[in-house]
Design a protein around this ligand. Structure first.
Ligand code: AMP
Length: 281
């Protein structure tokens, strides 16, 4: 299948119409680019679920706070397109901001209560921006299925909620986190890390596993296990936003461990904010 690169809504619609006319089942993988093997694994999963995969590449301004990294977020469209061509993607949709947010644009999707906890406490407005852009991308593409990474676990839960609440009848599928050999979850933001920070970064996943094991063994109360994890992260050089145990679907706080649960963390190494999470069964 020849890759089509669509830089605006009209060319996206033309390319999609061809796929629809050919009776293809379509999957969407939304991304912000600087694509790595984590993104490629979502494409692979999407290809198992559909005949043709659309990858959107768009650094969405409405999900960045005023002091966040919107302008310095890595942009490498040419090499991203090459990677997606090699991965046999059907369409890369890579618009400019005014294609999605033209002059006069003023509507947004409010992601509700799920957007106020965990990362939402530290990044006000972030998940409304995510909910808005994902809703727009889903409606522009109207795929049968859309694939999102568990790496951004809260985002995945919110998108499921939004699709269900707004009657967007598209299957939302979660895909497992792809990690570097040392356990660090792959992320476009890892490029920000200095050599020294990069050496410390895998500790985030290591601490999640240690806390997960303590909870599983049932010998340590949840609060004590989380406090020990936070202390270990601080000792390694992280500034911790949160380390929390949550119910995996509703993201309600869990004071007592019950299987399955989700253990989620966000922590800073210097100027880079890392997030990670694991299932605890
Ligand atoms: P991003 O480009 O970082 O906005 O991510 C686009 C999609 O890729 C989201 O659904 C992410 O959850 C997913 N993703 C990012 N990193 C990974 C990873 N290491 N493993 C699996 N999926 C990922």
């Amino acid at each position: 299948m020849q890759l089509t690169v669509a830089r605006d809504m009209d060319s996206l619609q033309d390319a999609l119409a061809e796929l629809v006319l050919a009776g293809k089942r379509i999957a969407l993988v939304p991304t912000m680019g600087a694509l790595h093997d984590g993104h490629v694994s979502l494409v692979r999963q999407a290809q198992e679920l559909a005949d043709a995969v659309v990858v959107s590449i768009f650094v969405n301004p409405t999900q960045f706070g005023p002091n966040e990294d919107f302008t310095k977020y890595p942009r490498m469209l040419e090499s991203d397109i090459k990677k997606m061509d090699e991965a046999r993607v059907a369409i890369v949709y890579a618009p400019e901001p005014d294609d999605l947010y033209p002059v006069g644009y003023s509507t947004s999707v409010s992601a509700g209560a799920l957007a106020t906890i965990l990362c939402g406490r530290f990044r006000p407005g972030h998940f409304d921006g995510v909910a808005t852009i994902v809703t727009k991308l889903l409606l522009r593409t109207l795929p049968h299925v859309a694939v999102f990474g568990e790496k951004d676990y809260q985002q995945l839960c919110i998108i499921r909620r939004v699709a269900s609440d707004l009657d967007i009848a598209i299957d939302i599928v979660g895909a497992p986190t792809v990690r570097e050999a040392d356990g660090l979850a792959m992320s476009s933001r890892n490029a920000y890390l200095s050599e020294k920070e990069r050496a410390i970064a895998p500790k985030l996943h290591e601490v999640l596993q240690t806390v997960g094991n303590a909870l599983r063994s049932a010998s340590v109360p949840v609060k004590a296990a989380l406090d020990q994890g936070i202390a270990a992260l601080k000792k390694a050089g992280f500034e911790v936003d949160y380390l929390e145990l949550r119910e995996p679907d509703t993201l309600e706080a869990m004071e007592q461990f019950e299987s399955p649960a989700r253990l989620l963390a966000a922590a800073w190494l210097g100027k880079t904010r890392l997030i990670d999470n694991i299932e605890v069964e």
